[in-house]
Design a binder for this molecule. Structure first.
Ligand SMILES: [Mg+2]
Length: 368
């Protein structure tokens, strides 16, 4: 069967304010920037996006459009490789990789729509549904807001695992960290799994001390980025001395980033973000590499973009159901999935990832 080549690649940048001040251990923000890509071929279209810098649009326009337009919509890995080569002189990690990710997602979505199948069927499904965990719990929240959010996830949506941010102000407020973890445990009860994420805020010894307390006193079972994810020896040391699973990987922009993270024994579970790592093409490769080393993969944020590809991975742990992205995806897209019950169920009745942009609603946030 022959398909028309890709004819159009359009992009837009949206800036969506948060619903209040947000911070983790090492960063504060008040808006999320989303770069959306739409690709057309033979009367069908594909949709992808990345959460990151609006600068990705420049890369899409100046480097990627010329290799994507005219490409065979069935040959996504080949186009992916051509995009990577086109960005050689830019430096691949960061903004270039985010741009490649958004386009790669749109290309896979386009291919599935041309074939009339769901993305999970195109990749090949292992799971009918994929677990999620509620994620937010910002260090900038007061106790009332923290309790409300935890209550929404656990009581209203029946999600049996949640994560809060710790490491406030680069680890300089450990007493409030402990108090907030204690609060979270009180609110969610004994049977909900409790995760914490320090976003690299602690020193090694501090992380070991804090991690042991979190595990022993509050049953924390997932300790994400206790120290910088660039400190592989430090992650390994903490992993050896702390019973909680150690996780990292959200800043990985290509397969070569993940090789030392995985091979050094730094983590118990690898986090991979399809909007950063190079799209579905690279996400699947990272998950395979992790599996080869006996590790599960967890999808970082962008829950609706991850559902289908996560369903295609045997050793899939869960998807991070992140507060900001939940808000954005619910408001700006049709076809979003419902996390009630603690899992997303990829829709097989709609081709591709099943998502479409609500352009009228998005327009008010458009900046480019
Ligand atoms: Mg994180």
């Amino acid at each position: 069967m022959k398909f028309d080549p890709v004819s159009h690649l359009d992009s837009a940048v949206y800036e969506i304010p948060t619903d209040g001040p947000e911070a983790d251990g090492t960063l504060a923000w008040d808006a999320t920037t989303m770069v959306v890509v739409e690709i057309q071929a033979g009367g069908a279209h594909g949709l992808g996006w990345t959460y990151g810098s609006g600068g990705a649009q420049n890369v899409i326009r100046q480097q990627l459009a010329r290799v994507v337009c005219g490409s065979d919509p069935m040959a996504v890995p080949g186009t992916h490789e051509a995009m990577v080569r086109a960005c050689r002189n830019l430096g691949r990690p960061g903004i270039a990789a985010s741009a490649i990710s958004a386009v790669d997602i749109a290309l896979w979505d386009l291919k599935a729509r041309l074939l009339g199948v769901a993305l999970s069927d195109l990749f090949g499904r292992c799971h009918a549904e994929v677990p999620v965990y509620g994620s937010g719990g910002f260090t900038s929240y007061d106790d009332k807001r923290t309790c409300e959010q935890l209550h929404t996830w656990v009581e209203d949506w029946d999600i049996p695992r949640v994560k809060i941010k710790i490491g406030e102000s680069w680890g300089t407020n450990p007493y409030r960290d402990r108090r907030r973890v204690a609060l979270a445990r009180r609110v969610i009860g004994d049977e909900t799994e409790l995760f914490v994420d320090a976003n690299g805020a602690y020193s090694r010894k501090q992380a070991i001390r804090m991690g042991r307390r979190f595990v022993e006193d509050y049953g924390v079972c997932w300790f994400e980025e206790p120290v910088s994810s660039d400190d592989l020896a430090g992650l390994r040391e903490i992993r050896d001395q702390c019973e909680a699973d150690i996780a990292a990987g959200e800043y990985g922009y290509d397969l070569t980033y993940f090789a030392p993270l995985i091979e050094s024994g730094a983590v118990d579970c690898v986090q991979v973000d399809v909007t950063r790592c190079g799209g579905y093409t690279e996400w699947l490769a990272v998950a395979q590499l992790a599996a080869a080393h006996g590790l599960d993969t967890s999808a970082h944020c962008a829950p609706n973009l991850h559902a289908h590809v996560a369903a295609a991975v045997p050793r899939l742990r869960h998807i991070e159901y992140f507060h900001d992205h939940h808000r954005i995806e619910q408001e700006l897209f049709d076809g979003v999935l419902d996390p009630t019950g603690g899992a997303l169920r990829p829709d097989r009745d709609h081709p591709g990832h099943g998502l479409s942009l609500r352009a009228d609603r998005a327009e008010r946030y458009r900046v480019s």
